[in-house]
Design a protein around this ligand. Sequence first.
Ligand SMILES: Cc1cc2nc3c(=O)[nH]c(=O)nc-3n(C[C@H](O)[C@H](O)[C@H](O)COP(=O)(O)OP(=O)(O)OC[C@H]3O[C@@H](n4cnc5c(N)ncnc54)[C@H](O)[C@@H]3O)c2cc1C
Length: 395
Amino acid sequence: MSLATGPAADAFVPSDEEQRIRETVATIANRYGRAYMQRCSEEERPPVELWDELGAAGYLGVNIPAEYDGGGLGMTALAAVGEELAFAGTPLLLILVSPAIAGSVLARHGSPEQRERWLRGIGRGDLRMAFAITEPDAGTNTHNLAMQATRTDGGWRLRGTKVFISGVEMAHALFVVARTGERDATTGYGRLSLFIVDVDAPGLQRTVIPTATRGADRQWQLFFDDVEVPADRLVGNEGEGLRLVFDGLNPERIMTAVQCTGIARQALDKASAYARERVVWNAPIGSHQGVSHPLAEAKIELELARTMTRKACALYDAAAKGAGEAANMAKFAAAEAGVKCVDRAIQAHGGNGVALEYGLADLWWGVRTAKIAPVSREMILNYVAEHSLRLPRSY
Ligand SMILES: Cc1cc2nc3c(=O)[nH]c(=O)nc-3n(C[C@H](O)[C@H](O)[C@H](O)COP(=O)(O)OP(=O)(O)OC[C@H]3O[C@@H](n4cnc5c(N)ncnc54)[C@H](O)[C@@H]3O)c2cc1C
């Protein structure tokens, strides 16, 4: 008999619905598996079949309001989908972006027409959006973005360069952050605005950035050479782009966290199975504490990160105070735990840890990248120092 009920208990006990979501997503993902993602990566084509099947079954819009064809189940549900996909070896990078960033922002700030045109497709899972904010010369300092959107008779004209933009090959449209108007004379900050741009808009060119990651998605440099954008593609008010985007960045952090915890679960499962079987002296290597303790320690860090991620989901879904702090901490903890779990799983495999057949080397960049993107560990430490500890800002 349960002794505690109510929201506090609910946040930490997976509901029957969440368990059903996890089981069904795992079943679909396992039919594709790591081999499918490797094929997509080798053939340089996006994992559209997996996306489409999950979308048609309703799992890629679980967080989108039901009135826009989504599941209406919030970030807790989308996080469950993302973690099971990563655990099955089939992480989908655009799930961090399309339903998490674009879906969250449009649900809160899109005009009725924009919601009808874009959010409904994201809810159904058949419309995918990528997100373009990073620029070569601005980096982490978003206030320094150089891409300029200039007013025209019918809307806006975009000029500038974006870098490291993920999943453009699979996206139908882009969420683009650009500067409108002049920089503020006192702060030096630009006024930023948010636009929806078609991936095949005239004047938009792209080149792939070769990266170490072995996932199916790719990263791109985008060149906007006077790209015309109609007036109805401005999301929210001019100059409010950054404030709007922040409503999507916490969901993105949560989804990055579950990508890491899913990969970490997979690595530890592989490591413990191997350490139970592999005998080089007279007993399985897992009986040596030099092998078992590092794995046990990594498991504890993984579960702590998962707990913080659940907290972040619960706070975000309740629109409660502290959601931003929890999402940042969850992403930080999950990236650290992910790297530790994968590294220790590699160690437990000895030489086989680097043999491609064992699938561990493939996992490395998936977790290591999360220390850098979408927000670096240093910028999260800056956030916690400034906002949680009220220490002076250092930059
Ligand atoms: C695989 C991948 C996918 C990506 N996908 C996308 C995408 O889809 N869309 C998109 O817009 N961007 C994307 N990015 C970009 C990503 O968000 C940035 O790389 C990230 O925000 C860091 O910016 P930067 O690379 O310019 O690093 P920089 O800003 O140049 O920073 C370099 C280093 O200095 C540190 N640093 C900088 N300022 C400070 C400070 N004040 N205090 C302490 N340390 C500091 C940083 O933490 C970092 O370690 C992606 C990147 C990667 C690697």
